[in-house]
Structures are given as C-alpha cells and as structure tokens.
Design a protein around this ligand. Sequence first.
Ligand SMILES: NC(=O)c1ccc[n+]([C@@H]2O[C@H](COP(=O)([O-])OP(=O)(O)OC[C@H]3O[C@@H](n4cnc5c(N)ncnc54)[C@H](O)[C@@H]3O)[C@@H](O)[C@H]2O)c1
Length: 332
Amino acid sequence: MRILVTGGAGFIGSEYVRMLLGVPGGTAEGVPALEPTAVTVLDALTYSGNLANLDPVRDDPRLRFIHGDIRHPETVEEAVAGHDVIVHFAAESHVDRSITGAAPFVTTNVLGTQTLLDAALHHRVTRFVHVSTDEVYGSIDTGSWTEDWPLAPNSPYSASKAGSDLLALAYHRTHGLDVVVTRCSNNYGPYQYPEKLVPLFVTNLLDGHTVPLYGDGGNIRDWLHVHDHCRGIALVQQKGRAGEVYHIGGGTELTNSELTGRLLDACDAGWERVVPVPDRKGHDRRYSLDISKINSELGYAPSITLDAGLSDTVHWYRDNRAWWEPLKAAAR
Ligand SMILES: NC(=O)c1ccc[n+]([C@@H]2O[C@H](COP(=O)([O-])OP(=O)(O)OC[C@H]3O[C@@H](n4cnc5c(N)ncnc54)[C@H](O)[C@@H]3O)[C@@H](O)[C@H]2O)c1
C-alpha cells in the first residue's frame, strides 16, 4: 500500500509517519499493521512544519519527502499520482493565528483540501482520510457531541476545518470517493510546535519564564496523547466505513487551570509563574466528544493515561532542547 501523508512534517502528521514506518522501540505498539510499501510526505514546511520531526525515520527507504503546497494543483497532481491512500493532516492549525489573520486558513484548509480531493478522484485513490477536529461543533455546556451533531464553529480556524470536512463528505456523496473523516480532541505529546498550550507552558517553565493563562482558566478540553490519536486514525484508515465520521478522544477532560497545575507540578514550579491574560476572542468554553462509535465499531480506546503521557511529554521537552530552542528563538 502506497500512502501519501499531507502535513507529515507537522506535529501529528509526523507521529503518523513514524508510526507507519514503525520506529524501533517507539510507537508501533497496539497499532493495526498497515504495512506501507511507500510513504510520501507532502508538506510546505510552514513555520510549524519541521523536517527534524522525521529524523527517526529519515533513513527508511520507503520514505520520500516532497516540499510542496497543497494549494498548488500541479504539485498536488504529481504528488498524488501512484498512491493508494491519502491521509490528510496539512492545515493551518492554531486558533490564535486564525483570529489575527484568517486568509491562510481559508486557502490551505478549504481550497487546499478541495485541490487534494480533485486529485484523489482523478488518480482513483482508494481511500481519503480527512483529519479534523472537535472544534467544528463549537462549544457544549454539558454532555458530549455525537458524530451527527450540527456543526457550529466559532473561530476562523474551526470554520475553515468545518468547510473542509463538508467538502470531503460531499466528494463521497457526489462522486463516490472513499472518504472517512476523523474529529479529534486536543492533542499533546512530543514534537508539538511550542505555541500550543502544553509545549509553550512546558518550555517556558523549563526556561524559568512565566506562562500566560487565558481568562478565568475555566475552559475545558479533552486532552489526548498524539499517539492515541494516530492509533485511532490508523484504525479508521484500515476499517472505517466510507462516508462516515469517527470521533477520536476519550482522554481526560480538564479546565485549563487544572492542566496548568499539573504542568507546574511536573516542572517543579509554583503558581507565581502563571500570568492571567485577557481571554481569547470567541473562546469556546467546553469541548466534549462521545467516542462510542469508534469504540464499538473499530475497538478503539485510548491507551495512555494523562499522568503517564504528560510525564513522558515533559521529559521529552526536557531532553530535546535542541529541537525546540531554535524554534522559540526564530519566533522572537
Ligand atoms: N493539534 C491538535 O490538537 C489537533 C486536534 C484535532 C485535529 N487536529 C488536526 O490535525 C491536523 C494536524 O495538526 P497539527 O497539530 O499536527 O498541526 P501542525 O501545525 O503541527 O502541522 C501542520 C503541517 O501542515 C503543513 N502545512 C500547512 N500548510 C500547508 C500547505 N498549504 N501545504 C502543505 N503543507 C502545509 C505544515 O508545514 C505542517 O507540517 C490538522 O488538520 C488539525 O486541524 C489537530
């Protein structure tokens, strides 16, 4: 099976590539054997894309890297040719950036997805896995979303992801393209660009700096280790039903304050290092996914507890300063 992974130099996409290629002693446990004969990464290497994320599999002869943009039809046509499956991660992914500048979110997330879908049709790709987010549903005070819940995104990021989800599903209904959509909760783990909450807070704390906490700290998220997300995607790629949406979550729901407390403990720091900052515009209060569909149909359950996952993650950032220090220096 020849697999094209878009955004495979980013945080989650690179975990998927490392998992597909079975890094020794690494992340292959409990993952369905997809047995790729070739894995091609198509990535524009934006600020969050980083070839170093693929270092552990760099010498695998099955891996090929294409530096290209999913918004460019010619690049995409060439990249898609000869592949059986597309797993589509490439996106602008940070809500805060979408608030200050929405244009790349619309062009990459919506138009880029449409460009890929057209190429998938043209090259008769046998499965298109579209990786999406719980943020497309908006915010929920109590209970949990099921896959048939109406979409009500609140940020330009989530609106652009909702647009791309609907396009992907429309290509299934209109053209019969074999599309599956996954919607996942908040991920954490190694190789996450240090602008998102967990790596930003951990690296700031390790450097002796303060951390910014939005609003009253009461926003609730479900935190899932990136490896559990990728295991879920692999199951959907292998056994999901065409035209269906699958939730991947089931981590631990915490307020941002509770998560901050855990990160402070893990980094031996106190609350004096936390600086409250004005709330994010349109900040969703709570996300919560019902994962009974993927659990009953595909046998998915998360395998990494938040305690173990956060502890490993803090250790990884502590041990891999050479990975994140240049990224933070470049962002200054
Ligand atoms: N991070 C999360 O918690 C989370 C949760 C649920 C779903 N998702 C989804 O998972 C996917 C991956 O997220 P991530 O956190 O790994 O993001 P990321 O920002 O770390 O990685 C995105 C990757 O896409 C590449 N990219 C961006 N624009 C591109 C373009 N025009 N052409 C080609 N490549 C391009 C970047 O270079 C980068 O390598 C996204 O689709 C995101 O919406 C993320």
